[in-house]
Design a binder for this molecule. Sequence first.
Ligand code: SF4
Length: 622
Amino acid sequence: MLNQRAEAMLKVSTLSHQAEHRIEVFDTERPGIQRMDADMAAKISQIGFHPFLMVRIESDVIRKREYFICKTQNENSQFVKDLTNFNGLAQCKLLHGLERALQLETYDAAECWFSWVREAPGGPAETVYLGPPLSMDLAAYYGYPIYEVTSAKAVDSAERRLETLTELFEAYCRTTGNDATRVLLAEALALALSRSLGSRGEYHKAALIVDHALSLIPSSIHLKAARYALGLRVNGKMVPDRLAKFIGEDNGYLKQFVCPLPFERFEIGPSGDVLVCCGHWLPTSIGNFLKDPIDGILNSAKAQKIRESMVDGSYKYCNHLDCGHMVRETLPLPEELQRPATRRAVAEGNYRMDGIEFLTFGFDQTCNLSCPSCRTHRIVEKVSASIEKARAVEEKLVGLLPTVRVLHINPAGELLASKPSRKLLELIDDDRCPNLVLDIISNGTLFTEQEWNKFPGIHKKVRQLRISIDAARKETFEKLRRLGHYEPFIENMRFVSRLRAAGTIPQLNFSFTYQLDNFREMVEFVDFCASMNCNFAIFERLQNIAFSQDEYRRKAVHHPDHPLHAEFLDVVSNPAFASPRVWHDFDYDGAAKLTREEARNQLIVPPPVATSSFEVRETQGC
Ligand code: SF4
């Protein structure tokens, strides 16, 4: 009964979720929720309007009734404080999930709600109320759910709790106002429902819910993973071990590995936000380079939580669907960790770090091109912003440079078109940073011999040069590298190929983001890379950075629903992609690939200064 009703309702709300809001005043009893009582209605009347979040705590022991109220999402922080100060929060999983979701801990919130559905009755009774009392005309009713915890023992079944989560999800999709927080709640509820329904084999129903949530929050990394896994199940296919937990219980697969990147990496993005991995894979910021002191960023509460998630095996901030190390199964076991500081932090469970090993400088989006997969128009930073960033480089980075071992520059734009990036390159020399090596990413169109000669300090320090190309033919290149010209670009590639042949650049990689416009050139690209003396041809799936959802779906041939997906599968089955000189993220039926062991060995390509296999691999994937 639940599923038919939920499905029908979701279909309606999917079609109408952007239509004008109408408050639903239902007159039949609904499973999973109760109609609000007179006391709740009186509280709303007293406030003057229906608050976004209301929790009523009832204690028989002290005969006390208390409300926590959040009138609008702007008052979230006080409401969250009230919840966290509530003694019984840990036992009240429904309420705890709400607190986690409001604290932006989506994965934790879903975990709380999923385990609430599955736990045996006997904990505190938690109830959701929706709809005004039948006998009362409550003008200020806005359709937001009301939560209640009592000291009575819960007797509700798993079925009823599943109904409650579904009602909550529908209520947050259906209502209007407080949009930012409402959508966060819907995201976490959809993930909890994906896991709860998935664990019962109800994949189709779960997929409807996740699709609806994704229409509200298309960037959700966890919902995308859930949707992919549900799609596999709906089509009777196996789900990769790492994704099983998005549609059911956590099978513990990832607990055996420890990803070292959050212990070692510091990535400065265009807004100054600092990440510990590539933004597509782990988008959670640990601080802001322009606003916060370096130690405050490196050891912020979020930074330490992310590190902890590598050790507890939840990987709860990571994009399980797209992370290349998860896809290729190249995450190391704890005993394979290379760096003593990381091994120590993992062994001791102390997630404070003293220094930065890898610095990724993506501080400036300025570029001479405007590639359609990356941006809709050419981006050139304002002079005032460039000056402020250059000053931050001087004040904060120069002091750090002697401690950094690997500098990765500039994944956000074109380093040779960026003043802050050029400033940083000018500051590098053997005296200032004797142990530093550089991994450079560039579109290659400005990489001439004359430009190279303007930065003599880096000539002995480049470890890798990665050129992002995405084409093997002139017409494709000029379409996908908008404003670029093929012939001078090829001249530049011949120059970097000579640098590689001379050993000046120890590792040269060309990369290719595959999509509708270029996937038929993928095999040709492998040959092109070989002709230019490359170490690796790198293939990565298209991410949605600059497209509308529809345009992205039209381009993403790697997606199983794409009309040309079968042809794409035929392309990636070519044995050329199982070469040790090809690095790819293919997770597709019949794709040619190395074995896990070969893939791990492939990464141990020691440029002169590399001391660990992971150090090499982390600069290749994203
Ligand atoms: S590489 Fe993958 S597992 Fe490691 S931090 Fe990034 S997203 Fe997480």
